[in-house]
Design a protein around this ligand. Structure first.
Ligand code: V47
Ligand code: SF4
Length: 392
């Protein structure tokens, strides 16, 4: 098999990476041991060269983004005490708990710039008062008010919660939500699938197999989704690669995944951060780049790997465009989940800034819709790409 992936082998310095590099060039699937080798390596630039070549073979120099707005309608969550990495959730009577009425949702959505926002990204806690009717009314109301805006909403964990409180099957819940306006699902709630890690950081949350099952059911109904991995806490490199293997297997089966997004753990204002003595210490830039690059190389059946600039900083996101990333989380408006957990980045980035960031990396920016169709490019209208010196 020829992969179309080529790069100068002299850019790979770690001898342990040699056999993996040969496989990448030959278009051979990477094994679990290969994945672990990639995470173990000290040769960040060699890893980056491989991931960049794999990305270029699929996506060329184009880097996409979508102009979206996050809406987090409720932070009340029954797993508040057991997801020890989460800084966002509250118990119903706890200080700071909130649950939007529909009018509050319409008000928040009305902040969208009608010409710019193309996607609502809606996720929240597992709230006993947020059942099927709450979300069907919300999605139908949003579609009536903003018919052009795509609704990407509810993680697998939230879907399973709705099914449980309504005593319905996952399939029936998804069908009802789709009829109300659900277009695609985000990838949250995956964390790390390893049962041992889950028992430590997210005991009582849907298991890895159950997460995969919800996505399998969604894909069978034609509802496409993203997937994620929360890294940088107690997981081993083996745990990471096993997690990626489960995502790759489902993608082989359904082809329903749009993008993979590794999520960097933020340790502030949550129990886990205190327990690990990590308060104030986010993941390292090296580990952020490794997770993105290994995602690109190991998930050989994924077209898109997305970097979330809010979590890893715009600077690391910009560099990640040379480490296998072809998509940036877009102009996110009013993001709450990571800011509660200590992210110091801005809460939104303008379209102009994101275009400048991509061009500063020598890449070609394109705005996309939620299915990755290109909506507009910025080739000539803005003049030549800025020099590296003036970029971001
Ligand atoms: O499931 C919660 C994570 C996820 C923390 O699909 C934390 O396009 C870091 O999944 N530190 C929700 N992460 C967000 C999410 C997402 C984000 C952007 C794009 C997409 C997409 C999906 O946030 C949760 C959890 O894994 N999270 N707390 C924390 N302290
Ligand atoms: Fe609830 Fe999700 Fe936070 Fe867990 S991560 S406590 S399920 S909001």
């Amino acid at each position: 098999m020829t992969s179309g992936v080529s790069f100068d082998r002299s850019r790979v310095s770690d001898p342990a990476l040699g056999p993996v590099a040969e496989k990448v060039i030959a278009g051979e699937r990477l094994s679990l041991a290969d994945g672990v080798t990639l995470f173990d390596t000290w040769d960040l630039l060699g890893l980056g060269a491989m991931a960049d070549a794999a990305n270029r073979a699929r996506n060329g120099d184009r880097v996409t983004f979508a102009a979206n707005q996050h809406i987090n309608p409720t932070n009340i969550c029954i797993l508040r005490k057991t997801c020890v990495f989460c800084s966002y959730a509250r118990l119903p009577k706890e200080e700071g708990a909130y649950h939007y009425t529909m009018d509050q949702v319409w008000e928040e959505a009305a902040r969208v710039d009608g010409d710019i926002t193309r996607e609502f990204h809606i996720v929240g806690g597992l709230d006993m008062h947020a059942g099927l009717a709450y979300y069907t009314e919300m999605f139908a109301g949003l579609k009536a008010r903003h018919p052009q805006v795509h609704v990407k909403a509810l993680t697998a964990v939230e879907i399973a919660h709705i099914a449980r409180i309504e005593k319905m099957s996952i399939r029936d819940v998804l069908i009802a939500l789709r009829e109300a306006g659900l277009d695609t699902m985000p990838g949250g709630g995956a964390e790390v699938f390893s049962p041992a890690v889950r028992a430590t950081i997210a005991d009582r949350k849907l298991s890895g197999e159950e997460y995969i099952d919800v996505h399998r059911t969604a894909h069978a109904l034609g509802i496409r989704s993203n997937c994620t991995m929360l890294y940088g806490h107690v997981e081993t490199h083996e745990d990471r690669v096993q997690h990626l293997t489960m995502l790759r297997d489902l993608q082989d089966e359904t082809g329903g995944y749009l993008a993979y997004i590794p999520l960097a753990y933020h340790p502030d204002n949550n129990e886990l951060g205190v327990e690990l003595g990590r308060t104030g210490t986010a993941t390292s830039g090296v580990d952020d780049l490794k997770n993105l690059a290994v995602g690109r190389l190991f998930l050989d059946n994924f077209q898109h790997v997305k970097s979330h600039w809010i979590m890893v900083t715009p600077a690391v996101s910009q560099m990640s465009l040379h480490f296998g990333v072809n998509d940036l989380e877009g102009t996110v408006v009013r993001e709450k989940i990571y800011h509660e957990a200590g992210a110091h980045t801005a809460q939104a980035m303008s379209l102009e800034e994101i275009v400048r960031l991509i061009r500063g990396a020598g890449k070609v920016p394109a705005e996309r819709d939620s299915f990755y169709n290109v909506l507009r490019t910025f080739d000539d209208a803005d003049g030549p790409p800025p020099s590296h010196a003036e970029a971001a």
